[in-house]
Design a protein. Sequence first.
Length: 320
Amino acid sequence: MTPPKRVLILLYSQTGQLTEVVEQIIAPLQVDPAIEVHVQMLKPVKHFPYPWPFFEFMDAFPESALMRPCPMQALDLADDAEFDLVILPYQVWYLAPSIPVMSFLKSDQAKRFLKGKPVITVIACRNMWFKAQEKMQTLLSDIGAHLTDNIALTDPNSTLATLITTPRWLWFGKKTPFWGLPAAGLTEAQVRGTRRFGLALCTALRNGEEKTGKPMLQGLQAVNANPHLLASERAGTHSFRIWGGWISKLGPPGAPQRKPMLALYTAFLILLIICVVPISLSVQMLLRPFMKQKFATLKESFELPSGSASHRMNAFKEPL
């Protein structure tokens, strides 16, 4: 008798949204007798709260930007546990993988369980994830893991709307529509729709596709990259790295002496958003007709390995 395929899910979700996504993806796997699903929660020793008080939220940015790990609780897995596929969902914090996920990937346990394994990353974020995924690819490469697929889910609402709705959700735990603004985060349809990835993985695992090193989720609209955000991501990454370095020199996370500099950086960010971002967006709008080919190339590159094509959608669509 053929042994079941073993799938490891490594999950950290601060707001719970990523948990909802993962539950949809793994639901078909959990009822497939040919597949064993093992969910492991990634737990930092010091809890990151939700709702996230403002200064605690800001205090996380230096370590996020500088990719400095925090202490993590050990996984509850036997040292000799082996898996055929790893699914690694993550949130984006300050244009980088969240501190708990990044910290785990820098641990000895990550090397033990992920080395040589195919990994599928799942992103749920506001809108910017390019630089975070680049860092994720480096982290996976450093431990010998192989990225086979990436799923990226973003808030479908406008940049201006989400500048208000996302912080309100994160800081105060309020996700509902208000003042004519939409609800924060992914829509219910987006979350439910991720079930197609689980259905496709059932087929792929039964056929042994995880052994090929090739993408298993192509043709399912796993990613829809917006290359026009890249300039903002690059500027933000540069700013976070510089200011993060300065602030981290004032003391460890939680040190009261960091607060004045965090307040100053907050004022700098607000000024940047009000004054610089609109100018940058206007310049991009003017240049867009002359950069169509460049943007098309960037889009294709950032959508690798799973892509934005939709030719397999009907094959893994469940009846309503």
